[in-house]
Design a binder for this molecule. Sequence first.
Ligand code: C2E
Ligand code: CA
Ligand code: CA
Length: 415
Amino acid sequence: MPNSSSEPAHGDRLAAATAPLLAAASATAPLACAHLHFRHRLAVAAAHGQAVADAALDEAERRIAGLLRPGDHLLRSAQGDFFLLLPRLLGLGHAELAVQRIVREFDAPLDIEGRLLFLGPTLGLALATDPAEAPEALQRRASSAVLEALRAGLPHALAQDLAHAAIAAELREALARNALELVYQPIVTLPERQVVGYEALARWRRPEGGSVAPSVFIPMAEDAGLAAELTRWTLQVALREFAPLHARQPDSYCAVNLSARAFEDPALCEQVLSALAIWGLPPEALMVEVTETAVLHDVGRNAGALARLAAAGVRLAIDDFGQGYSSLGYLRHLPAAVLKIDQGFVADAATPRTRALLEAITRMAHRLGMRAVAEGVEDEARLGAVLEAGCDFAQGFLFARPAPLGYWLETPPQA
Ligand code: C2E
Ligand code: CA
Ligand code: CA
């Protein structure tokens, strides 16, 4: 097992090397600390003798050193574990790329006096963005990531708390730099397939590391204390972008997703109404989508806020209906105009019981004076089931995929 704590001299050397690099670390130039452990080190020593094992580690050290940049540090503990310090990275993606290269370097065996040896590398990675962090704390995280990787049987693992912190810092920056974007997915009438609304869906394209799904980054942003900022950003951007489309299709609306956290802001209603006023839109031009879980989170407060929005003329939709632990009680009090039936019911509509549920939910919505939207209509078979159930509206890849608003301005979706 990796163990360097029993070796104070090595620990001191590592801390001394880490301290100045940490002092210069930031969200935009993080420092990576990697702990590289060779799983087969002891087996090699047992099979071929300590001298061969030592020679293998010397060769391993040369290989790693060959991959480092000037300014990177490589330290070896007496037990034969390695620690790498990689300062001034461009971000998490950069760090991951670097450690992947190091681990892959050991795909090819080491040739020690004609013996071909595999050392079995496992690497733990920790990213530091906070100069106030203690060097020992950073090293401990890298080491616990090794244990995590060993436990999971992975070649390398990232210290989770730090990955989270680093991404949250990147996300905070993205919000500040306006690097998030919204794409819009049409909602159509049934059976005519006329577009009546556009649902705004958030996208975060990271400069490196690709696109992060909203289901991942929105909870992350909220954990990082960015909920209010995210709500403000979404409302402003959605209404600003939608305004010119609304001028062309005055009966259409823009649907915006609000999470439970958005309701913690007592000024939410005022914020929504003032955003509408800023962009010259009537309240009916906005549909607020909330999941039943969000409503139930604090029914007293959230239903009150939703009632005020509805009284002002904003449309309300209950999102992902049927996905959570539906408690129908809240429907008695909630002035929602629309029930969005969770994709799960639509995806599984080939099953008779699911079809029956789809129909029952639609009927219940109608009895409560609501309209039903079927989500996730991907193909004709699902459309057939949704039509049969009597849904009023549908949304899904069959009609249109989410796209930037400019796209819908240029190419109104065809019925
Ligand atoms: P949602 O509100 O239920 O949004 C519908 C999701 O289904 C979207 O995923 C959409 O791209 C996807 N979808 C649409 N048609 C189909 C289809 O035919 N088949 C399948 N399989 N999927 C389809 P997306 O964009 O990844 O969003 C995921 C969730 O993230 C959303 O679920 C919503 O809960 C949340 N979200 C997205 N944008 C925002 C936002 O701005 N604020 C908040 N609070 N949440 C958001
Ligand atoms: Ca939604
Ligand atoms: Ca939904």
